[in-house]
Ligand binder design. Structure first.
Ligand code: HXC
Ligand code: NAP
Length: 296
């Protein structure tokens, strides 16, 4: 068995209906495919209906199961209401929401217009809040113990230059995850988040690692485990968090990044030190210790 294989047993998500925002592409598509395989009904929503429908056709052939596609800009509450109404009409209820939609691109912050900041913050923070609020109200009114999974980033808490609007918005999403996990625990509603490291997708790579950069920098060399993530690894964690197996977990943010975020460790630069250098360093430290004992 290996990390590129599905982890949960067949039927782990039977009888659950899960909405995946941005589920037509990238990580959203991979999570949706695995949820479907585990028995869930899936609702895909994002701005481009033709992309969603192409994904749904592909999944129905490769995986099977039931997929509903609804066009929705997560910045528009009335379009979110429309997804909720369509889901209830087709599947009878909603059990889970994955807030995966995002907008992002790299840029020196001083080059950004006001609109460029708004567009990212509105999709990531406002869109996640609007969708969570709408589904949460429905759950509370109908006494359903639903589950939310937010797709965040590790720079939500480390911060990162050149993606400042995204970092601000993802940090807000984390604050929302923890705040609502406490507030809505009374209703049995759980909220968790995943902070992925680099998982190659067309959407992220075109906007964050265009060719000019990817020729110059490689992720593998910066990641302690020396590779990028595999979509199935993320789908495995997401499926666990959407399933009843994680029933006791809420308000948690799980990092899945091969150790990338640990690079901030103050002495991690010592990775460059060779064994010979360690022999000499050890000797220098021991000598200094002996000398300081003598002078006490
Ligand atoms: C500076 C830019 C810019 C750039 C857009 N803008 N790209 N400014 N540098 N590279 C500015 C525009 O000039 C405009 O401002 C404003 O942003 C809105 O741009 P539009 O193109 O009109 O917006 P829209 O068509 O709505 O597109 C939204 C988008 C786009 C966010 C800009 O990239 C998009 O659709 N993204 C969706 C998918 C996505 O981003 N996926 C990646 C997620 S990956 P003005 O003032 O000029 O009108 C991710 C991973 C993180 O989050 C971690 C990885 C390890
Ligand atoms: P992606 O394929 O570009 O996915 C982004 C999705 O968001 C698209 O399907 C897009 O669909 C949708 N979207 C954008 N604006 C929207 C809007 N206004 N309303 C509704 N949907 C909208 O990129 P990805 O790499 O899979 O990213 C998925 C998630 O993982 C994001 O939250 C991202 O921040 C996170 N993440 C990714 C990585 C990585 O390495 N890939 C790392 C950390 C975090 P439409 O264009 O059809 O609307």
């Amino acid at each position: 068995m290996t990390y590129t294989e599905g982890m949960l047993r067949d039927g782990a998500l039977n009888n659950k209906t899960i909405i995946v925002t941005g589920g037509g592409t990238g990580l959203g598509k991979s999570m949706a495919a695995y949820f479907l395989k585990l028995g869930a009904n899936i609702v895909l929503c994002s701005r481009r209906l033709e992309v969603l429908e192409a994904t749904a056709r592909e999944l129905e052939v490769t995986v099977g199961g039931n997929v509903l596609c609804v066009a929705c800009d997560v910045r528009k509450p009335e379009q979110i209401e429309n997804v909720i109404a369509g889901t209830i009409e087709k599947f009878g209820r909603i059990d889970g929401l994955v807030n995966n939609s995002a907008g992002n691109f790299i840029s020196p912050t001083e080059r950004l217009s006001y609109k460029a900041v708004d567009v990212v913050v509105d999709i990531v923070l406002r869109g996640t809040y609007y969708f969570t609020l709408a589904v949460g109200k429905y759950w509370i009114e109908n006494n359903i113990k639903g589950t939310v999974l937010n797709i965040s980033t590790t720079y939500a808490w480390t911060g990162s230059g050149w993606v400042v609007p995204s970092a601000m918005a993802k940090a807000g999403v984390l604050a929302m995850t923890k705040s609502l996990a406490f507030e809505w625990a009374d209703h049995g509603i759980r909220l968790n988040a995943i902070a992925p490291g680099p998982f190659p997708t067309k959407g992220a790579w075109e906007r964050l690692f265009p060719e000019e950069l990817s020729k110059k920098f490689s992720f593998e060399s910066r990641i302690p485990l020396e590779r990028v993530g595999d979509h199935q690894e993320l789908a495995n964690l997401a499926a666990y968090l959407m399933s009843d197996f994680s029933a006791y977990m809420t308000g948690e943010v799980i990092t899945l990044d091969g150790g990338e975020v640990l690079a901030a460790g103050q002495f991690n630069f010592l990775k460059e030190v060779t064994d010979d250098q360690w022999d000499s360093i050890e000797e220098q430290i021991k000598t200094a210790n002996r000398n300081s004992k003598k002078s006490e």
